[in-house]
Design a protein around this ligand. Sequence first.
Ligand code: ATP
Ligand code: MG
Length: 245
Amino acid sequence: MIEVRDLRVSYGGRVVADVPELDVGAGECVAIVGESGSGKSTTLLSLLGLTPDAEISGHVSVCGVDVLTASPRRLREIRGAKVALVMQSPQAALSPATRLGVLMRRALKLHGRDRVAETMAEAVDAVLLDREILRRYPHEISGGQAQRFAIALAIALGAEAILADEPTSALDVTVQAEVVGVLRRLRAERGLALLLVSHDLALVSTIADRVLVMRDGAVVESGPAARVLSEPAHPYTRELLEALP
Ligand SMILES: Nc1ncnc2c1ncn2[C@@H]1O[C@H](COP(=O)(O)OP(=O)(O)OP(=O)(O)O)[C@@H](O)[C@H]1O
Ligand SMILES: [Mg+2]
């Protein structure tokens, strides 16, 4: 579903993400962990061609599309319907004067879906939100609700992969757990491919099959989550683990 080889993303000549290898298959979950500024979000965004100001090289294939050479139109197609991006502050991406229900309905119609009302209700139920949320405006929901709404939108459109960038604030731990809980269930029920960014190794251990540890733009360690978290090979991973409460 997602295949990355020798990805290198730079801003003004400074390499901010260097990822030699990253694969996520259907029904798999891979997590990228690392401290603030290590290049996690940049890696995620580059997979959808969303780093317009960056110099970027390597090979990235997402749902069969060669991202680094694809036309803007082809990229919009995968972003809209096949791959969902759940961002750190999803409210900002929602149009402020549009109720969530209107937004979801428009997206479904744009992609030519029928059974719109049923699909919307099912998707909102699947992420454990109250259907009443569809009547609200983006500023009337919390960050965690906004992330779950973004996931609901993805499910409604039939997404095959979800890229999720978790909130980084320590205050958001319960929100993260909520969002990850929803992702875990959807992955099991629908075989979604998940690529999850988090600074929280404890949380990652509850969902990921494989882990990539990033620091200063480089992948310092990667492998099966069980192995990386129990027998970390790199001192930095050990540091992250020791920092856990
Ligand atoms: N558009 C940009 N222009 C220039 N530099 C950027 C840009 N976007 C990100 N960077 C730089 O790239 C580096 C990696 O940033 P990134 O957002 O990927 O980190 P992160 O691991 O997601 O951090 P956090 O956990 O805080 O979200 C940082 O040094 C950041 O300043
Ligand atoms: Mg980030």
